[in-house]
Design a protein around this ligand. Structure first.
Ligand code: LMR
Length: 426
């Protein structure tokens, strides 16, 4: 209100108004004091890649799937869904909470086809602007209804997690997760930090294919984590951005969540269809919160909608239609499952190829972790300086934390990539 009122009162009074020095500065520019924002550590890499004219350039920065020719992929199941949607175009507003069909199908994927929680209507769920939007809605909800709570975030994590909870003004704490020497899970430290946190804390967990490390707890370790959470009365919030990308099977990749559900936890879950359906730009996702009973779920859902309403009013329709068309049709779902497996398998093949190439070059370092880690990323262990050399000398673009998006590795560039990595790690 103040801004608009100021503008109109300025134009009315313009002729007789003698501004002070500070106001004069404002009149020539309202936003002259705004400094450029720091580059995003992930999406900034894509910007730099696009600006590089080198024919040799390789982008293994952003986690976006490419085929073996380095080209973006539109899944066949998506193409078929698009054909069906085109025959019945819908441009209407969705309800504030989004498409109920899409939500129902998303919940079946996360909680299980025959989940009693779905039948008993105990899950408050809304369509969200992909995984990021789902996390942000949850963070805002957490701040609004449990204003004194904090969030425990693994070290390391996807850089945007920190931004999300920061902008929602939820204080952040961290727990240890990754062991730089073994390049695997630091399970004992993780358990210690969970144990030492105050009872009833909120924890952000990656449901599968941890970003950026590619390191997940084993099934047995998830069970131990779940038991410890139970004894501490912690709340697990799962970010499930890669369901299907860890094992090639979305059902298997939901294992961590199912373990927690079997143990009687109430959970939160952010789902994204960016990676597993290749719907990056469609912003299709779902936020769900398992509640104690149906009445609570109704109240929680209504509040989630209220948080979304002043931000984007209601979520976009097209991506939701694609998701519900695919998951709601047994034939299309079957095709989708095959295609997810195809993407996961190509990445697994590239892991083997990258490791073999490095070993053939005679690298004295161990590259075993490339094939031990799973999902879209390999946390290579390279330093920021080594990454800078890859970029400056070889036009290879990746995040400075040493994360390689295996989805950008192809049979055509794996040799070049291995050679460059070998040179900068000698
Ligand atoms: C990534 O980690 O590369 C992706 O999740 C893309 C993003 O938005 O950061």
């Amino acid at each position: 209100m103040a801004f608009r009122a100021m503008i109109s009162s300025r134009s009315i009074q313009q002729s007789k108004w003698v501004p002070s020095a500070g106001v004069a500065r404002q009149m020539s520019s309202w936003f002259g004091h705004v400094e450029p924002a720091a580059k995003d550590p992930i999406l900034g890499v894509t910007e730099a890649f696009l600006a590089d004219p080198s024919p040799d350039k390789v982008n293994v920065g952003v986690g976006a799937y490419r085929d073996d020719n380095g080209k973006p992929v539109v899944l066949e199941c998506v193409r078929e869904a698009e054909r069906r949607i085109a025959g019945n175009l819908i441009m209407e507003y969705l309800p504030m909470g989004g498409s109920s069909h899409m939500i129902e199908e998303s919940l079946k994927l996360a909680y299980g086809e025959d989940s009693d929680f779905i039948k008993d209507k105990r899950i408050a769920a809304v369509q969200a602007l992909s995984g990021t939007g789902a996390c942000r809605l949850f963070a805002d909800f957490q701040k609004r209804f449990l204003p004194d709570s904090q969030i425990y975030i693994p070290v390391p994590t996807w850089a945007n997690h920190h931004n999300i909870w920061r902008d929602a003004r939820v204080p952040q704490n961290t727990f240890r997760y990754y062991h730089p020497e073994t390049k695997g899970l630091d399970f004992s430290s993780l358990m210690e930090d969970i144990k030492n946190s105050p009872n009833g804390s909120f924890f952000l967990l990656h449901a599968c294919a941890h970003n950026p490390t590619g390191v997940d707890p084993s099934e047995e370790q998830w069970r131990e984590i779940s038991h410890l959470f139970k004894s501490k009365n912690h709340f697990p919030f799962f970010d499930m951005a890669y369901q299907g990308f860890a094992s090639g099977n979305p059902e298997r990749d939901a294992k961590a969540i199912r373990i927690f559900l079997d143990d009687g936890h109430l959970i939160g879950c952010a789902q994204s269809f960016a990676k597993n359906m290749g719907l990056y730009g469609q912003r299709a996702g779902c936020l769900s919160i398992l509640c104690d009973n149906e009445m609570e779920a109704v109240a929680v859902k209504s509040q989630l909608q209220q948080i979304g309403r002043p931000m984007y009013s209601n979520p976009p329709v097209h991506g939701a239609l694609i998701v519900s068309t695919i998951l709601g049709d047994p034939e299309l779902k079957k095709l989708w499952l095959q295609e997810v497996k195809g993407m996961a398998d190509r990445i697994i093949g590239m892991r083997t190829a990258l490791r073999e190439n490095l070993e053939k070059l005679g690298s004295p370092l161990s590259w075993e972790h490339i094939t031990n880690q799973i999902g879209m990323f390999c946390y290579s262990g390279m330093s920021p300086e080594q990454v800078d050399r890859l970029t400056n000398e070889y036009h290879i673009y990746m995040t400075r934390n040493g994360r390689i998006s295996m989805a950008g590795v192809t049979t055509g560039n794996v040799g070049y990539l291995a050679n460059a990595i070998h040179e900068v790690t000698k």
